[in-house]
Structure formats: C-alpha cells, structure tokens
Write a protein that binds this ligand. Sequence first.
Ligand code: NI
Length: 151
Amino acid sequence: MAIRTIRKDGDEILRKVSRKVDVIDNRILTLLDDMKETMYDSSGVGLAAPQVGVLRRVVVIDVGEGPIELINPVIVYESGEQIREEGCLSIPGTRGQVKRPAKVIVRAMDRKGETIELTGTELLATAFCHEIDHLGGILFTDKATEIIKED
Ligand code: NI
C-alpha cells in the first residue's frame, strides 16, 4: 500500500467526470487500498478516486464505523434533508454548510464484484453524497451556503 498525493482545488482533474469500472483488476484493488491508507493518513472520512488523480468511479469512506469501499456507487433512494458542516481533503482549511438528504441508499459493487446496498443517515448519508459528487466533478463548495476559510 502507498499514500497517494491528494489533488487540491484548482486541479482540473477534480472537475472531470469519472468513468465506470468494468473489471475489478489488481489496479483497482491497489487503488482501493491506497485510497484507504491516504484517507486515514489525512484523517479524512472519505476519499474519491479523482482526488488521487484517477478518473474511475471508486470511493472509500470511514465515518468511524470501519472502512467502506464502493465501486460504481449510485444513489438509488434518498429522503428528507439535513444541513451539516463539511470539509474536503482537496480543499484544506475550508468548511461549509451543505444541505443533503437525511437518508440515502447506495448501490455499488464491493471489491469482489458483488452488488451491495448500504443505507446511510446523518454523517454517513452526507459522506455518500459528498464522495459520489466527486465522481461527477462536483465539490462541496459548489453547494455550500456558508463557506468559512480558516486562517
Ligand atoms: Ni471531498
């Protein structure tokens, strides 16, 4: 495993749309492992592949309940709304209030290629939405109502 360089806001790769994963090969498995290591190294709760310069639909999340790996994630259900303060490893020193669904169900593949469905509420719902947005080139600052820059 290796820590990869996190691309920062202003890098045009963060604005591109990621491609679906067709085959889960060793490159994708290594990407998942490296993304987890990179996320934990930076104390993040989520990371999407374009943030490490790879335009594939791959996401890792850990909101404190253990790692979640998502390949080709899609939101198949959402309800309610919540407003939560967000940050992003690609936009250090910036926080913002973002309105998201209160509950989402995500369908994806796990690393074995099995279809999984996960339900998220509270922080996990926000993390699902935030990370899937990255796969479409969308950053939380595009949606935040109040943006606070530290220092
Ligand atoms: Ni982010």
